[in-house]
Design a protein around this ligand. Structure first.
Ligand SMILES: *Cc1c(COP(=O)(O)O)cnc(C)c1O
Length: 362
């Protein structure tokens, strides 16, 4: 059972279920599981250990990749933003990491380097997101030079990233796909485009490698859906417990700023969870929690360590378990309530929250 502290329970069976869903949706593609930002707040190393069938793992930064290697993960690891400084290249080689090359300066630095061994390169093209990626007009030249470099191993892999794969009514994704196909046509190399939104919505984009992140954690990337709509299971349950139950009189103001005033005599539960744990402050007077399975509203502001919940006539006692998000209270709903995305809520969980990992497979 979770302790009384704020607690994140990570269901590894749900994680494996979601991985299997990716396989079903993209049966002809290899899977690069995206584990950046501490596996979207779930704990990078245990997630990497559980995703035994992933063909490769993707992270954003060198220190994330080195942490995986230090934790004994031997599988292919891709640095999704490549190296930031030439000094990192020796470690990239020593730790057998794969590089995304996304701009000319990076390509030139790699071409000019004296490496002990060649590295695997994913050449990233900007097909319309206009964040990272070489310009389409640079493709042929850089493809040729990188392919011929003694620093590059085997055929290049070719990738791009979608800006709007979660939005079905926009032409952006189809346009990006068409441009990418046009740019890479006739050049050998495995292709990769699809993030979670594209795995779910754009089968024609799956290519040789899909790159799911959010959906592995059981969460929908769509603005108006929850993971269960795609047969995904939420991996994280964020919970805590009631640390006080109190009565207030009609007219009493509750919490910082007195932003909630009891309209009638009320009973409140104080819960050990606040923005210091990563719970969003915007949930004050706005969102709900589950106590003993009942959905109850947060009243007053979210403090650093606590929230207050209007428990009406429910039988609630000190020590009762409180769910902030999980299967019966999707994080996607809280995200909409506080005007953000589930990605941000998951990443914001702080180190003060205690983690436990359940249902490992053997
Ligand atoms: C983060 C990321 C992904 C995964 O995106 P999701 O929307 O979480 O599936 C895929 N590819 C790249 C390059 C990324 O940076």
């Amino acid at each position: 059972m979770p302790s009384r502290r704020p607690h994140a329970t990570i269901d590894l069976a749900a994680l494996e279920h979601n991985f299997t869903r990716v396989k079903q949706l993209a049966p002809n593609s290899k899977i690069l599981a995206v584990l950046k930002a501490n596996a979207y707040g779930h704990g990078m190393l245990p997630v990497a250990q559980a995703l035994k069938q992933a063909d490769a793992l993707g992270v954003a930064r060198l220190d994330e990749a080195l942490a995986l290697r230090a934790g004994g993960i031997a599988r292919p690891i891709v640095l999704l933003e490549g190296f930031f400084h030439q000094d990192e290249l020796a470690q990239v080689v020593a730790s057998n990491l794969q590089l995304v090359i996304h701009h000319r300066e990076q390509a030139e630095a790699l071409l000019a380097a004296q490496l002990d061994a060649p590295v695997r390169v994913w050449l990233k093209v900007d097909s319309g997101m206009h964040r990272l990626g070489i310009y389409p007009h640079e493709f042929n030249e850089l493809y040729q030079r990188l392919s011929q470099s003694r620093n590059v191993q085997g055929p290049l892999r070719l990738m791009s990233h979608f800006a709007s794969s979660d939005e079905l009514d926009k032409p952006a994704t189809a346009n990006q796909l068409a441009l990418f196909q046009q740019i890479t046509q006739g050049s050998a190399g495995e292709l990769s485009l699809a993030n979670s939104g594209a795995v779910l919505n754009w089968p024609q984009s799956h290519g040789d490698w899909v790159r799911p992140g959010l959906m592995l954690y059981g969460v929908s990337p769509m603005a108006d859906a929850v993971g269960s709509a795609h047969d995904l299971k939420p991996v994280m349950t964020l919970s805590s417990s009631v640390i006080a139950v109190r009565e207030v009189n009609a007219g009493d103001a509750v919490g910082y700023g007195g932003s909630w005033i009891a309209a009638h005599d009320s009973r409140l539960a104080v819960v050990a969870m606040g923005y210091g744990d990563g719970y969003p402050r915007a949930a004050g007077n706005n969102a709900a929690v589950l106590i003993n399975g009942k959905r109850l509203p947060i009243v007053g502001r979210v403090s650093m360590d606590m929230i207050t919940v209007d428990i009406g006539n429910e039988a609630v006692a000190v020590g009762d378990n409180v769910i902030l998000w999980g299967s019966d209270l999707p994080v996607e709903q809280l995200a909409r309530c506080v005007d953000t995305i589930a990605y941000e809520l998951l990443c914001n969980i702080t180190s003060r929250v205690q983690f436990s990992y359940i249902n490992p497979s053997h």
